[in-house]
Design a protein around this ligand. Structure first.
Ligand code: SPV
Ligand code: MG
Length: 568
C-alpha cells in the first residue's frame, strides 16, 4: 500500500494504532528515530511508526543502555509526532524505572501525541536484547504486572496502547516461562504481547504463537529471522510486524560511504547526483508551507525586492557644494543623502539597490549598492538614466529620486500596495517645505480622510509646473515626491513602454513625470498614496538646510524638531 487510506487517517492516532493491533490483518510498523525519518516513514506509506530505543540512542551516538534520558527520548518523539501524523508506538524499554515512572511516562506520552508504549520485562537500566541476551536479568512477573496495571490506570485516552514485551526467550528461560509471562501480562491489562527472539529462524516465535492460540494480539520483531517469508507470519496469526532498525542502518551505511568518498576524492562531484538534493531536504522540512505562511503573516515579506535610485545629475542650485561630488553625496546630518535613502530601503528589507550615477560618479559610496553609469548624463534626462537600470528590473522595484528624505512609514505604506504601479503624492501644497519640487500631481480625487481606503488614481504630473495660485481652478492635488513602486506585471509593461519611448526623438529630454504620463496614456492605473509632509526633496541650498533639520529629527535620540506644519 502506498497511500494512507483517508478515512483511516481521520481517526485519532491512538485509535489507529489500536485498530492495527486488534484487527485481523497483518500490519507493519517502520522504525523512525527523528523528525525526518518519521516523515519518510509516512511518505513510504506505512501506517505507524516504531520509536525504536536502539535507533533513537544510535542517532544520538549513545548506547542502547538507557544512556539517553527518558525525557530526551520524549523530546525526540515530539519532533517525530510533529513531522508525521502517524501513530507512534514508543519502545519504552523497561519504563525507565518502577510502576511510578511508567505512570508518569504514559501521561507525558499522551501529552505529546504518542499512541502507545511497549515495555519489556527486564530491569532498568537495560541492554539491547541482541547483546549478551542470556546475561540479562528479567523482572519479577508480579512487579512487571504492576507496571502494566499502573500504566493502564494512568492513561486518559482509552485507545492508548500498552504492549508488554516478553524477554524470556532472549534470556534463555524457555518457552514455558515465556508463555507464563505473556499470560500474566495479558491478564494485567496489556493490549498486546511482543514476543522477541534472537534466533535466525522463526521457529520459537512460531511455536509460541501456536501455544498462545490467539489469546490476544501478538507483535514480533524479525530483525534476526529476517529471511522468513512474511506470509509465514500472516499464517501464524501475528498481528503486527515491526521493522525495527532499518532506517538508522541505511542512514549509517549511506553516511559512511559518502563521507569516505568525499574525504578520499576531495571533491563533491562523485556524490552530488547520488544523494538527496538540497531541494529534497527543503521539501521534507515543508519549506513551501513556511513560504506560504510568511506571505500571510510576516509584514513586509511582500516588499519589492529591489530599488533603482536616479542619481546622475549634478543638480542645479547646489553648484557651490557639488564641485567634486554629485548631489546625492552631500552630507546631511552626518551622512550622505544617498546613504539615508539606502538605509531607508534596507530597513524595508530591500537590499538589491541599483544607483544610476553620472556626474562625479566615482565619488559615490558604493557600499551595499550596485552602481551603474549613465555616461551621457550631461546630455540626457531621468528616463535615459532609468533606462540604464531597466534591464535589471527582475523583481518588484521602487524607483526613487536620489535627492529624497522621508519618514520610513512612507516607503513601508507604498510597499503595501498590490497595484502594478503606485506613487506617493504629498497633498500639503501650502507649506514652506518642498517649494522647489515642481512635479505637481493631478489625481482622481483630492486627499480626504473621509475617503480613507478609497482608491485614488494619478491622472497627470506636470513636471516643473508653476506653483499653483490660491483658488486656481485646475489646482493640483499635491506633489509627486519622487517614489514609484512597480510590481508584478507592471515591470514588463514599464519596460515595454520605456523601449517605446526610447524610439522618440526627444527621449533624451524626458523625465520621470513624462514616464508617469505615458503610463497613464497607455491606460495603466497608477495608484496614489497620499501623505501630508514628512519628506524633503533637495533641489537648492534652502532645501539642503531644511533637509539637515529634517534628518536630525530622524536620527536616534535627536531632540526637538517636531515639524509643526506637518503635525496634522
Ligand atoms: C529496538 O528497536 O530498540 C528494539 C528492538 O528494542 S531490538 O533492537 O530488536 O531489541
Ligand atoms: Mg529497544
Amino acid at each position: 500500500m502506498n497511500a494512507i487510506d483517508p478515512i483511516f487517517s481521520t481517526a485519532t492516532r491512538t485509535a489507529r494504532l489500536r485498530q492495527m493491533i486488534v484487527g485481523n490483518e497483518l500490519e507493519f510498523m517502520m522504525e523512525a528515530h527523528n523528525g525526518l525519518s518519521a516523515r519518510i516513514v509516512r511518505e513510504a506509506g506505512f501506517k505507524a511508526i516504531w520509536g525504536s530505543g536502539l535507533a533513537i540512542s544510535a542517532q544520538y551516538g549513545v548506547r542502547d543502555n538507557n544512556e539517553a534520558s527518558w525525557t530526551q527520548v520524549v523530546d525526540t518523539l515530539e519532533f517525530m509526532a510533529d513531522a508525521s501524523d502517524l501513530p507512534i508506538l514508543l519502545d519504552g524499554d523497561t519504563g525507565y524505572g518502577n510502576f511510578n515512572n511508567v505512570r508518569r511516562l504514559v501521561r507525558k506520552l499522551e501529552q505529546r501525541g504518542i499512541a502507545g508504549v511497549c515495555i519489556e520485562d527486564k530491569q532498568f537500566p537495560k541492554t539491547n536484547s541482541f547483546i549478551d541476551g542470556e546475561r540479562q536479568p528479567l523482572a519479577e512477573i508480579d512487579e512487571f504486572c504492576g507496571k502494566i496495571k499502573a500504566g493502564k490506570d494512568s492513561q486518559s485516552d482509552d485507545n492508548f496502547s500498552i504492549v508488554a514485551r516478553v524477554e524470556a526467550l532472549i534470556a534463555g528461560w524457555g518457552m514455558d516461562e515465556a508463555l507464563r509471562r505473556a499470560e500474566a501480562y495479558r491478564q494485567a491489562g496489556a493490549d498486546a504481547i511482543l514476543i522477541h527472539s534472537k534466533l535466525s529462524r522463526p521457529d520459537e516465535i512460531l511455536a509460541f504463537a501456536r501455544e498462545w492460540a490467539g489469546r490476544g494480539p501478538l507483535v514480533i520483531v524479525p530483525t534476526k529471522y529476517y529471511s522468513t517469508p512474511t506470509d509465514v507470519f500472516r499464517k501464524a496469526g501475528i498481528s503486527v510486524v515491526i521493522w525495527a532498525n532499518h532506517l538508522i542502518r541505511v542512514a549509517a551505511s549511506s553516511m559512511q560511504a559518502v563521507a569516505k568518498e568525499i574525504h578520499d576524492s576531495e571533491t563533491l562531484v562523485n556524490v552530488e547526483d547520488r544523494i538527496a538534493s538540497v531541494n529534497e531536504i527543503f521539501r521534507l522540512q515543508d519549506a513551501d508551507e513556511y513560504s506560504a505562511a510568511e506571505k500571510m503573516y510576516l509584514s513586509g515579506s511582500q516588499a519589492p525586492g529591489a530599488a533603482v535610485v536616479l542619481a546622475a545629475s549634478r543638480g542645479t542650485g547646489l553648484e557651490p557644494l557639488t564641485e567634486d561630488r554629485p548631489k546625492v553625496m552631500l552630507p546631511v546630518a552626518g551622512k550622505p543623502l544617498l546613504r539615508w535613502l539606502v538605509d531607508a530601503f534596507k530597513k524595508q528589507s530591500i537590499n538589491d539597490i541599483t544607483v544610476v550615477g553620472g556626474y562625479q560618479a566615482k565619488a559615490i559610496d558604493t557600499a551595499g549598492i550596485k552602481l551603474v553609469l549613465n555616461e551621457q548624463y550631461a546630455q540626457t534626462g531621468e528616463l535615459a538614466s532609468l533606462a540604464c537600470a531597466a534591464d535589471g528590473l527582475h523583481t518588484d522595484t521602487v524607483i526613487a529620486y536620489g535627492d529624497l528624505l522621508f519618514r520610513s512609514y512612507i516607503l513601508r505604506d507604498l510597499l503595501e500596495s498590490d497595484a502594478p504601479f503606485s506613487v506617493v503624492v504629498d497633498s500639503s501644497l501650502t507649506t514652506e517645505s518642498n517649494r522647489s519640487v515642481r512635479d505637481f500631481a493631478y489625481c482622481s480625487a483630492a486627499d480626504d480622510r473621509d475617503l480613507f481606503g478609497q482608491k485614488v488614481l494619478l491622472r497627470h504630473v506636470s513636471s516643473k509646473g508653476q506653483e499653483p495660485a490660491a483658488g486656481q481652478a485646475q489646482a493640483p492635488h499635491g506633489r509627486w515626491i519622487g517614489l514609484l513602486n512597480v510590481r508584478g506585471e507592471g515591470r514588463e509593461r514599464l519596460q515595454k513602454l520605456l523601449a517605446e519611448l526610447r524610439t522618440r526623438d526627444d527621449f533624451n529630454t524626458l523625465d520621470m513625470p513624462a514616464l508617469l504620463n505615458a503610463l497613464v496614456a497607455a491606460g495603466e492605473e497608477i495608484e496614489v498614496k497620499y501623505v501630508h509632509g514628512h519628506w524633503r526633496g533637495v533641489n537648492d541650498l534652502d532645501d539642503f538646510r531644511r533637509a539637515g533639520d529634517f534628518a536630525h529629527t530622524q536620527t536616534p535620540f535627536a531632540v526637538g524638531g517636531t515639524d509643526a506644519e506637518e503635525a496634522r
